[in-house]
Ligand binder design. Structure first.
Ligand SMILES: Nc1ncnc2c1ncn2[C@@H]1O[C@H](COP(=O)(O)OP(=O)(O)OP(=O)(O)O)[C@@H](O)[C@H]1O
Ligand SMILES: [Mg+2]
Length: 348
């Protein structure tokens, strides 16, 4: 209701018994102006809030963009093969986690790159030695004055170097297959006694030539879950070591046995053994303990262990002067039979 140009809110209340009317009236202009004031304040606060949010949002977005660009640059560096600079981001959010994953990848690639470089350097070095030796013999052979005996001797040495090169080429191929995950192994029942006999027979001529008695002992019926061809290869590497890294005439024992869970193939020799400082490294690629015979490339045990691991097994070394045992441990096949009593020598 308007009075004298101002708006009033009126309420009439009738009093019960007397019938009189009480008129309550109040000006509307005061609450309205307070309402407008509150409205204005709210608007200003909203604007300030909006502005603040925009500034903070922009700053956060700019910071995120900077971190993303930094990660992008790191990824480009890694892709270009520059692996020496670490990927750093101290944030604890998703971007920080991404940076940690990038850094892990960088370290792994750096290690792989280093291993690849070392591998190529070692392989080239190993290839060079027999090649140089062959080259030298070829030059000597060109001498027309050479007598028949010396010529035959040179030819024999050249054949040894060619054998060495062929073995090295096979080993390098196996390693590259292992690295590329292209080495397929079976997990079939393999009679370890049979493996020991076959390999002992293969090496018989060489062992006789060096005066090494080779004894095969088989206890029970040890059958492993393995790959027969690869087990033959592992066994050859171990017997080769027992013949090559020991003095002539010392005895070598190949032992096949099993317990309820495992099947074992051991090659034991009576040589000087592997010095304690070298023992932890003999399974590394290209590692040769000092004093080892120079003709090897240091790959035999490395390949043996990697093959055993592909057959879910392992190769372990126990060595002291006078007794060295290299043991292949594999899972026993269901047909495997453990023998309770000590094995008797079967073959010499
Ligand atoms: N039965 C052993 N007795 C003493 N030393 C051993 C024996 N087996 C291995 N070693 C030492 O461990 C090293 C590594 O053995 P591994 O078979 O890997 O290489 P290698 O025999 O030198 O060469 P490759 O087997 O490639 O011809 C050898 O150089 C040798 O010093
Ligand atoms: Mg060897």
């Amino acid at each position: 209701m308007e009075r004298e140009g101002r708006r009033f809110a009126d309420v009439a209340v009738v009093e019960g018994q007397s019938g009189s009317v009480i008129l309550l009236s109040d000006s509307l202009s005061d609450p309205l102006s307070s309402l407008r004031f509150v409205e204005r304040q709210l608007l200003v606060a909203a604007l300030i809030g909006l502005l603040f949010a925009a500034v903070v949002g922009y700053a956060a977005a700019a910071m995120h963009a900077r971190r993303i660009r930094r990660l992008e640059r790191a990824a480009e560096r890694i892709a270009a093969g520059r692996l020496d600079e670490p990927v750093v981001d101290t944030g604890e959010d998703e971007l920080g986690e991404l940076a940690v994953a990038f850094e892990r990848m960088r370290i792994r690639l750096e290690n792989l790159d280093r291993a690849r470089g070392e591998f190529i350097a070692n392989a080239s070095h190993e290839l060079r030695t027999p090649l140089f030796s062959l080259g030298g013999f070829l030059e000597l052979m060109a001498d027309e004055e050479l007598d028949e005996g010396t010529r035959r001797e040179f030819l024999e040495s050249m054949r040894e170097q060619v054998d060495r090169l062929a073995k090295l080429a096979t080993d390098l191929l196996d390693l590259s297959r292992l690295d590329a995950g292209r080495m397929r192994v079976e997990h079939e029942p393999v009679d370890l006694g049979e493996v020991a006999y076959v390999v002992a027979e293969e090496f018989r001529a060489l062992a006789d030539q060096q005066g090494h008695p080779v004894v095969v002992e088989v206890a029970g019926h040890p059958v492993a879950r393995a790959d027969e061809l690869r087990m033959l290869q592992v066994c050859r590497a171990l017997l080769d070591n027992a013949l090559v890294h020991t003095p002539q005439g010392t005895r070598v024992t190949m032992r096949a046995r099993a317990d309820r869970q495992h099947a074992y193939l051991e090659v034991e020799d009576e040589g000087p053994g592997v010095p304690v400082v070298h023992a932890p490294h003999v399974f590394d690629r290209f590692y040769r303990a000092e004093g080892g015979v120079a003709s090897g490339s240091g790959l035999g045990l490395a390949i043996a262990r990697e093959l055993a691991s592909m057959m879910d097994g392992d190769v372990v070394l126990e060595s002291r002067p006078g007794r060295t045992v290299v043991r292949v441990v594999l899972g026993a096949a269901p047909t495997s039979v453990a023998a309770p009593e000590a094995p008797a020598p079967v073959f010499t």
